[in-house]
Design a protein around this ligand. Structure first.
Ligand SMILES: [Zn+2]
Length: 202
C-alpha cells in the first residue's frame, strides 16, 4: 500500500491553493478542480490546499489515477480526462450528499500497489525451461507447435518424463547421452539429468 502524493499549486496572482498530480516545469497545469493555469502563471506551493473542490476530488481514486495517466499524455488529454471525470463525479454527487461518510472524510487516498499476474509461471521448473510452453494440466506442458512434454514430480523437483509428438523427431547421440529434438522442443542431457526447452530459432 502506498499513499499517492499530490502537489499543491497556486496562481502567482494569489487565490486558492489547488492540487494537481504534478506541477510541470513548463507549460500549463490542470488542477484537480478542473482549472487550467497558463504556463508561467503559477508556482508549486508547499502549503496544504485550500480549494474545497481539489480537496474533495483528492479522495476520488478514479479521478486521480485518470489525472496521473493523462498528465503523461499531455495537458490536453488531462483536460479532457478531468472533464469526463467531473461528469462522472457530478452524476454521483447527489448520493454523496445523501449518504455522507464522515468517518472516511479525512482518510488519505490509499490503494494497493500493483500485483503481479495471478498465474505467474517460474522461468524454470526443475528440468523444464518454461519459456514458450503453455501449461496443459499438472506437469503437462504444450509447445507452440503442439509437442506435449510430461514432467514428473521427484521430491520437490520436476523431472522430464515423456515427450509426445506426432511429427519429426531426431535423436542424436552426444558425449553425454542422447539429445532429442521433437518439433520445436529439445531434450538434452544435463549435469545429472535432462534439460527440456524450446529449440533456439536458427
Ligand atoms: Zn482547485
Amino acid at each position: 500500500m502506498h499513499q499517492v502524493k499530490l502537489e499543491s499549486v497556486r496562481r502567482n496572482s494569489g487565490g486558492r491553493i489547488h492540487l494537481t498530480p504534478k506541477v510541470p516545469r513548463s507549460g500549463p497545469v490542470t488542477t484537480l478542480c478542473g482549472q487550467t493555469l497558463e504556463a508561467g502563471s503559477f508556482a508549486a506551493n508547499d502549503a496544504p490546499p485550500d480549494c474545497a473542490n481539489c480537496i474533495r476530488r483528492s479522495r476520488d481514486q478514479a479521478r486521480i489515477s485518470g489525472a496521473f495517466f493523462a498528465q503523461e499524455e499531455g495537458s490536453e488529454l488531462l483536460r479532457l480526462s478531468l472533464e469526463q471525470a467531473r461528469e462522472r463525479t457530478q452524476s454521483r454527487e447527489p448520493d454523496l450528499r445523501v449518504l455522507p461518510h464522515p468517518s472516511e472524510k479525512d482518510k488519505p487516498v490509499v490503494w494497493p500497489a500493483p500485483k503481479p499476474p495471478a498465474e505467474e509461471i517460474p522461468e524454470r521448473l526443475g528440468e523444464l525451461v518454461t519459456r514458450g510452453f503453455k501449461s496443459s494440466g499438472e506437469g503437462v506442458w504444450r509447445s507452440p507447435v503442439g509437442v506435449i512434454v510430461k514432467m514428473r514430480k521427484h521430491g520437490r523437483d520436476w523431472r522430464f518424463a515423456e515427450v509426445v509428438f506426432e511429427g519429426e523427431i531426431v535423436a542424436t547421440r552426444t558425449d553425454r547421452g542422447l539429445r532429442l529434438r521433437a518439433g520445436d522442443v529439445e531434450v538434452a542431457p544435463d549435469e545429472d539429468g535432462f534439460e527440456v526447452r524450446l529449440r533456439k530459432k536458427t
